[in-house]
Design a protein around this ligand. Structure first.
Ligand code: MEV
Length: 330
């Protein structure tokens, strides 16, 4: 076992196809240049001790999963659980089920905001623990482990979040079929606008499943349109057709509104961005709060940042991260 290891993984923005991807349709997703970092060290006593400053959570798990809070009370158990699951799965891959590990997580990714913070933390933790145990793991192993961890966050994850955090870049993700890389024919700076309303992904996913059960003929057609958007979106991205990318983002947002996952604050930020000249703007991730993304015309991102902040959101410009999970050399 090593003395120390450190790994990182990126956040993500779904350009097209969130929610539809849970129901078997493809989605296009881009890794962005915000990262979560995990540092792993050996720990005497056989426990898995996890500290996340950004989540204000600190606690320890015994080998059989019993949780003892150190800071933040019992309620933060849920926040640390995916990290514990990722560590345990890696330990069992390495056949090292009884070692103790301490994991420290730092992240600049807004939490519960649609940018894949929990998946990035799980992916980085899996890689850091794998490295600590000197296990030779592939990206596919890390993805599978992080997907298991994601199941503790919500019952029915499509896997899009752990996939993009693991592989990075720009990909088309199809549940059960894996990933296909896309080469964008253009730089894709995005403005992210955070409503600062926290929401629970699982509840939003459930809401869509319920509405689909109630109105299958209507919702299935919306999902088919989502799939058509992804097909046309892939072509527009490859050819660098910014106008088409923006139009398709707007249409995608309208479909998500029809599913009931937008709200007043999200729409306020989307319209503020469009009125300030964005070529397209939509919610990204599960909705119900969280973030929007807007596509600025080249060099015009500042105006859109200001407009979103003027409408009550928190905004920043981001761009693609080609790199997915990586080991940070000491
Ligand atoms: C969350 O980032 C994206 C959703 O489609 C859920 C999922 O794919 O697991 C809403």
């Amino acid at each position: 076992m090593k003395n120390l290891s450190r790994a990182s993984a990126p956040a993500k923005a779904i350009l097209f196809g969130e929610h539809f991807v849970v129901h078997g349709k493809p989605a296009i997703v881009m890794a962005i240049n915000l990262r979560a970092y995990a540092t792993a060290k050996p720990e005497s006593g056989g426990k898995i001790i996890i500290e996340s400053k950004s989540m204000r959570a600190f606690g320890s798990f015994t080998v059989d999963g019993a949780y003892q809070p150190i800071l933040g009370g019992l309620e933060v158990w849920e926040k640390l659980l995916p990290i514990y699951v990722a560590a345990r799965k890696i330990m069992s891959l390495a056949d090292e089920n009884n070692v103790g590990v301490r994991i420290e997580v730092e992240s600049s990714i807004p939490i519960a905001a649609g940018l894949g913070s929990s998946a990035a933390v799980s992916v980085a933790s899996a890689a850091a623990v794998g490295r600590l145990l000197e296990l030779n793991i592939s990206g596919d192993d890390i993805f599978r482990v992080a997907l298991e961890a994601e199941r503790t966050v919500h019952e029915n994850p499509s896997g899009v979040d752990p996939a993009i955090s693991t592989y990075g870049g720009l990909i088309i993700y199809h549940r059960g079929e894996g990933i296909r890389r896309l080469d964008a024919g253009v730089d894709l700076p995005l403005v992210v606008g955070d409503t600062c309303i926290k929401r629970v992904t699982g509840e939003m996913v459930l809401r869509v499943s319920e509405v689909r059960k109630r109105y299958p003929d209507v919702i299935d057609r919306i999902m088919d349109s989502g799939e058509a958007i992804v097909k046309m979106g892939a072509k527009a991205l490859q050819s660098g057709d910014l106008k088409a990318i923006g139009d398709l983002m707007n249409i995608n947002h309208a479909l998500l509104c029809a599913l009931g996952v937008s709200n007043e604050m999200i729409d306020r930020l989307v319209y503020a961005a469009r009125n300030a000249g964005a070529l397209g703007a939509k919610l990204t991730g599960a909705g119900g709060g969280g973030c929007i993304i807007a596509l600025p015309p080249p060099g015009k991102d500042n105006r859109i940042v200001e407009a979103i902040e003027g409408a009550g959101g928190r905004a920043f410009t981001t761009c693609m991260s080609r790199e997915g999970v990586r080991i940070e050399e000491q």
